[in-house]
Design a protein around this ligand. Structure first.
Ligand SMILES: Nc1ncnc2c1ncn2[C@@H]1O[C@H](COP(=O)(O)OP(=O)(O)OP(=O)(O)O)[C@@H](O)[C@H]1O
Ligand SMILES: [Mg+2]
Length: 357
């Protein structure tokens, strides 16, 4: 199910300075790239005349009036834009009348030096995030026409003799596969930093297990070996459920239709606790998910946590990439050992004690 990214998310993710300007010339909204460009917070800018802070070497008033009269967009290339506290930079300006309101949307398409600086200043993760935000929006936009294509193929199939349906079936299965891939991309895009609390790891594992057994793992036997004395972990419960669902799903898919056995084990790693004395970070809560399936193909074992690495015909290879990203966001650790007949993923997580009052 696709959720339209909120306009606010779109605004926040825009990699170029963007401003909403009221009819009176005052700033009504400034996006994060705009704050960075003006070196001022949106709060301090909103309500103030924008062009007091932004010196644009072009007759903008006049151009805006023409633009509004003609209900058209405005493009001005290579304009010097100054901000008072640093040398003017050459920008391409794009503006358009605000939809349904008397104001103007203004975008500054900044030159490369500034774009580079912006990338550095915001750090890689932030620009990576905005790239993922774009991919997320794109994924959503592609899914809609795909639904139309699937529907049309199904309508066509209704009027065909069964032996002629091979091609329409192909359209339907392939578009479904693309939709699934796009949903995974969207899942990446929607990832937020974990909201961590002290949570019981066994409750999380139970949630994942129950939903697995109702669906993709109904043919598997799942065995629990829980250490009931484990302390709470410092984690985002929903994100960890996603992690365990992905691991259980992989185990179930690897085992094939004949089924198999999955063991979920939790334990407290005493050696890690002892090593804490010398200042190393302790990640004492351990969770293992093992299965007795065929094992991970050796050719991909090394790269298993990278995106788009898959050993399955219809796999997107995003499951474990998502898992490792969530675990990294939790300051945790994940490892894998695999041979035919036994594959074990082991996750180490920090305990909650001492984190929260
Ligand atoms: N328990 C397992 N047993 C055997 N192979 C596994 C196991 N877990 C993962 N793999 C292998 O690792 C590959 C990558 O897994 P990952 O979850 O990242 O992607 P995927 O399952 O192919 O696709 P997706 O999860 O995005 O639908 C799988 O395709 C499979 O070949
Ligand atoms: Mg998977």
């Amino acid at each position: 199910m696709g959720v339209l990214p909120s306009p606010d998310l779109l605004w926040q993710s825009l990699p170029v300075p963007a401003f909403l300007i009221g009819a009176d010339g005052r700033a009504e909204a400034v996006n994060p790239a705009g704050e960075e460009f003006l070196n001022a917070s949106a709060r301090s800018l909103i309500g103030q005349p924008l062009f007091d802070r932004l010196a644009v070497d072009a007759p903008l008033e006049e151009a805006f009036a023409r633009m509004r009269a003609g209900h058209s967009a405005l493009f001005i290339n290579d304009v010097e834009v100054g901000t008072g506290d640093r040398a003017p930079v050459l920008c391409n300006i794009q503006a358009a009348p605000m939809a349904g309101a008397p104001g103007t949307v203004l975008l500054l398409i900044a030159p490369r030096e500034f774009a580079d600086r912006l990338g550095r200043a915001q750090g890689l993760t932030k620009s990576a995030r905005s790239a993922i935000g774009m991919a997320d929006m794109l994924a959503h936009e592609i899914k809609n026409p795909l639904a139309g294509i699937t529907g049309a193929a199904q309508l066509l199939a209704m009027n065909l003799a069964p032996e002629d349906r091979e091609l329409t079936d192909l359209i339907v299965t392939e578009t479904r596969r693309i939709v699934k891939l796009l949903e995974q991309v969207e899942q990446f895009g929607r990832m937020r930093p974990p909201e961590r609390h002290a949570v019981n790891i066994h409750d999380i594992l139970d949630r994942a297990r129950r939903s697995a057994e109702l669906g993709f793992a109904s043919h598997m036997r799942i065995i629990e070996e829980f250490d009931p004395s484990l302390p709470p972990v410092w984690a985002d419960a929903d994100q960890l459920v996603q992690v365990f669902l992905n691991l259980l799903r992989n185990a179930a898919e690897a085992s094939g239709a004949q089924g198999g056995r999955i063991r979920i084990r939790t334990f407290y790693d005493l050696t890690l606790r002892l090593r804490r004395e010398d200042g190393s970070r302790a990640l004492p809560v351990q969770v293992e998910i093992s299965d007795d399936g065929p094992g991970i193909p050796p050719a991909i074992l090394e790269d298993i946590f990278d995106p788009f690495v898959s050993g399955r015909e219809n796999g997107t290879g995003l499951g474990l990439a998502l898992v490792s990203r969530i675990i990294a966001d939790h300051d945790g650790w994940i490892g894998v050992e695999s041979q035919p007949g036994r594959t074990t993923f082991r996750i180490a997580l920090p305990k909650a004690q001492g984190r929260e009052g």
